[in-house]
Design a protein around this ligand. Structure first.
Ligand code: SAH
Length: 268
């Protein structure tokens, strides 16, 4: 079985990953079926030995996020819980908690922690979509390595995350399966079409940006729901776009500049 790097890289977690049991186009990221039957609660994958070290480094990252102005307690808690170092390549493990974007393979990147946190906080900032503090259903476009999906799992009832690159979809299954996140479903497909089967969504969040917002996303957003995505008006630089779907219509806000990978159509 393949060993994952620990944090810092030189320390051994003694942790293995469970390979995905199925390669369906929509995959619940539970541990493999046999394990799931034996253990009714999610399997404890807390790394032994250096678990506390990575927890401390994450705590510092969370303190920094709070100092930078992030106030949403739910998001801060999720950022402190999800182990970002599990989602990046072995060689990059030591940079996992720095405020930097990192390559995740196939020319794609995982965004800086403060951008990821900001976007999830914005998603939670919609007016009518929280149920006991949690967003109902969330649709994520661009699963990538699965890091943001794991964060969304902490603040939502259910997460549906789509990736168009098979290699990354498979990687995300591998990364997320051992975490036993019962409310995350990974889908291999073109996120520009959304995922109509589970619509409407209380939140839609995209990790890839284009110069239009696909109509499917607007159609699949619940009334009271909020969409957060990178967006650029033709030829201009990218900014964060927030769209609230209200009973009176769509309300748009264009916020700070961001740098996300392009939103592409089709699968590869
Ligand atoms: N949220 C991710 C970030 C991944 S980067 C993480 O935490 O790792 C953005 C991802 O969007 C890339 O993996 C890219 O392949 C994907 N993407 C781009 N266009 C897409 C589309 N139409 N449908 C689904 N995924 C898309």
């Amino acid at each position: 079985m393949k060993k994952r790097p620990g944090f810092p890289a030189k320390v051994d977690f003694g942790q293995t990953h469970t390979p995905p049991s199925t390669q369906l186009s929509a995959t619940k990221v539970l541990p493999s079926a046999g394990l799931a039957q034996k253990a009714k609660t999610p399997i404890n994958t807390t790394p032994s030995g250096i678990g506390l070290d990575s927890a401390k480094v994450r705590e510092r990252m969370v303190q920094k996020l709070a100092l930078q102005g992030l106030e949403d307690e739910w998001v801060l808690k999720a950022m402190g819980k999800v182990e970002r170092h599990r989602f990046v390549d072995t060689a990059l493990v030591n940079q996992a908690y720095e405020d930097t974007s990192l390559p995740i393979g196939l020319g794609q990147t995982i965004s800086k922690p403060n951008v990821v946190a900001r976007m999830i906080a914005l998603l939670r900032g919609g007016k009518n979509l929280l149920i006991n503090g949690k967003i109902g259903k969330v649709l994520e476009i661009g699963t990538g390595c699965g890091y943001q999906a794991a964060l969304l799992s902490e603040v939502s009832k259910a997460v549906f995350s789509i990736e168009r690159l098979k290699g990354l979809h498979d990687k995300a299954i591998e990364n997320l399966s051992p975490m036993g996140l019962h409310n995350v479903t990974l889908i291999f497909g073109d996120g520009m079409l959304g995922h109509p089967g589970e619509a409407p969504y209380g939140g839609i969040i995209s990790a890839a940006g284009g110069d239009t917002v696909p109509q499917a996303w607007i159609d699949q957003l619940a009334i009271g729901g909020r969409l957060v995505a990178p967006w650029s008006s033709e030829g201009a630089s990218q900014s964060l776009l927030v769209i609230d779907k209200t009973p009176q219509g769509l309300q748009r806000q264009v916020l700070e500049p961001v740098h996300f990978v392009p939103l592409k159509s089709g699968v590869a």
